[in-house]
Design a protein around this ligand. Structure first.
Ligand SMILES: Cc1ncc(COP(=O)(O)O)c(C=O)c1O
Length: 460
């Protein structure tokens, strides 16, 4: 029998933690380090995971801000099962399917203002990239072909494809892949706790926002296509802007015929206590990108949603208008869209945004108590169930812990040992638990973090 016909060796689940077998898979972490204590999740229910060794973890991160309606949600699973029996894939070069049309219409209803035309993809990077392309093509179609530059922010994360990576502002993830695509500029984000301009809010005049207008003027407004921001930045440690920040960006964009793109990959689908952070901040962007919690992790799904006047520019006669030149094989996948509809119905019918607001306040109280008890939390930031604490050695001077201590990461790893999944960095820890989390679950998550923080402090 030729080698190509032999049946490959299948390993048992119990063997999936063995290094020999892990060598066949890339994960997101540093492989050599990760494989010493590989975390491999076997099942999940509600706000908990269990790994292949049977250990339970409270999921204070929704996987990675994804499991919005909790794990093993019956309504979503049933919707997917029903869809599996009807249609799993429709031809994307020729058309679409009823579920994609239904979800697009539902999104048009639940997004603020006249955001109403939707492009579906599978992940966050694909839709932030699509938004950049939409902005460039829109300006071409409307008589400003020279507008191509994209302004975004340092410390931001918009994705790992080359366009979305070029818009991102994290040197640690960019340098290794340089050179980036041309046409991307970066400005400082609204990190009020450590103002890049050495000012203090509110006397600062929100320079971090007004300076974006100056950057456009210096670059030449006829060359700038879009500004892309996360309403609340994640990777810089949950950067929650002052209330004037996004309205100023809106005004700057309007004045310069520049599209305002919100990356709501994390903040969408209820996470900040409204369906979208655009509502939380009272600003309607020209393009809104969302993913993660939109399908709750039940199938890959993301959406780029633009305002009606922008969509209209793509509806001209074929002789002068090619439509939106952007597409991927799995866009509008019926299984993913069925999951998306079920997740949005869960959020709307169970009023999970209200729960997010209540539990978000509770989480903030728990973080404030920890700050009082331990004296090493300098700042608490975020909205709803998307919050972070920043660690400092001295809360008066804001002096951080020495980099070699890796304080936040040590606390986060200790929490993991105690069965808590959260996002950790050397200087901060973030929580983003499922929107369905109860008061008791929030308290239990906070208690594990509190204990872990105390233990690490005692070791210093
Ligand atoms: C704010 C933000 N934008 C974009 C992305 C990219 O999404 P994906 O990893 O699904 O491509 C992420 C991923 O973490 C994100 O947090």
């Amino acid at each position: 029998m030729p080698a190509s016909c032999t049946i490959p060796h299948l390993i048992a689940e119990a063997q999936t933690t063995e290094e020999t077998f892990l060598r066949h898979l890339f994960v997101r972490d540093q492989m050599a380090e990760w494989s010493k204590h590989p975390l491999i999740m076997a099942r999940a229910e509600g706000v908990c995971y269990w790994d292949v060794n049977g250990k339970r973890y409270l999921d204070a991160l929704s996987g990675i801000y994804v499991a919005s309606v909790g794990h093993n949600n019956k309504r979503v699973i049933d919707a997917i099962k029903r869809q599996l029996d009807v249609l799993c894939f429709s031809p994307p070069m020729h058309g679409t399917n009823p579920v994609a049309v239904q979800l697009a219409n539902l999104l048009a209803e639940v997004t603020p203002g006249d955001l109403s035309a939707v492009k579906f993809q599978c992940g966050g990077s694909e839709v932030t990239e699509a938004a950049i392309k939409l902005a460039r093509q829109y300006h071409r179609l409307t008589g400003s072909p020279g507008k191509y530059k994209v302004i975004s922010r340092y410390l931001s994360w918009h994705g790992s494809t080359l366009g979305s990576l070029s818009a991102s502002g994290l040197k640690g993830r960019k340098t290794v892949n340089e050179p980036m695509a041309p046409g991307f500029l970066h400005v400082f984000p609204p990190t009020c706790y450590r103002c890049p301009f050495g000012k203090s809010y509110p006397d600062c005049g929100v320079t971090c926002a007004t300076i974006v207008g100056d950057v456009i003027a210096m670059e030449d407004p006829d060359t700038v296509a879009a500004i892309m921001v996360e309403p609340i930045g994640h990777t810089g440690g949950v950067i929650d802007p002052p209330e004037e920040y996004l309205p100023i960006l809106r005004e700057v964009c309007d004045r310069n015929n520049v599209l305002l793109i919100f990356d709501e990959i994390i903040t969408g689908a209820g996470r900040t206590g409204r369906m979208f952070a655009a509502e939380t901040f009272g600003v309607v962007p020209d393009v809104l990108c969302t993913a993660k919690g939109l399908s709750g992790g039940y199938a890959p799904l993301s959406a780029m949603i633009c305002r009606q006047p922008i969509a209209d520019a793509f509806w001209g006669p074929v002789s002068e208008n090619p439509g939106f030149v952007e597409g991927h094989t799995f866009e509008g996948n019926p299984i993913s869209c069925a999951a998306g509809i079920a997740v949005l119905r869960e959020i709307l019918e169970r009023d999970l945004c209200a729960n997010v607001r209540v539990q978000g306040e509770r989480l903030h109280r728990r973080f404030s108590e920890m700050a009082e008890r331990h004296g090493v939390i300098g700042d608490i930031r975020g909205k709803g169930l998307f919050q972070a604490i920043e660690f400092v050695r001295d809360t008066t001077t804001k002096e951080p812990f020495p980099a070699a201590v890796g304080f936040g990461a040590r606390v986060g790893r200790r929490a993991l040992e105690h069965g808590l999944l959260c996002r950790f960095d050397p200087n901060w820890i973030a929580f983003g638990p499922p929107l369905v989390s109860t008061a008791e679950q929030i308290d239990e998550m906070a208690a594990i973090l509190d204990r872990s923080l105390g233990e690490v402090l005692a070791e210093l």
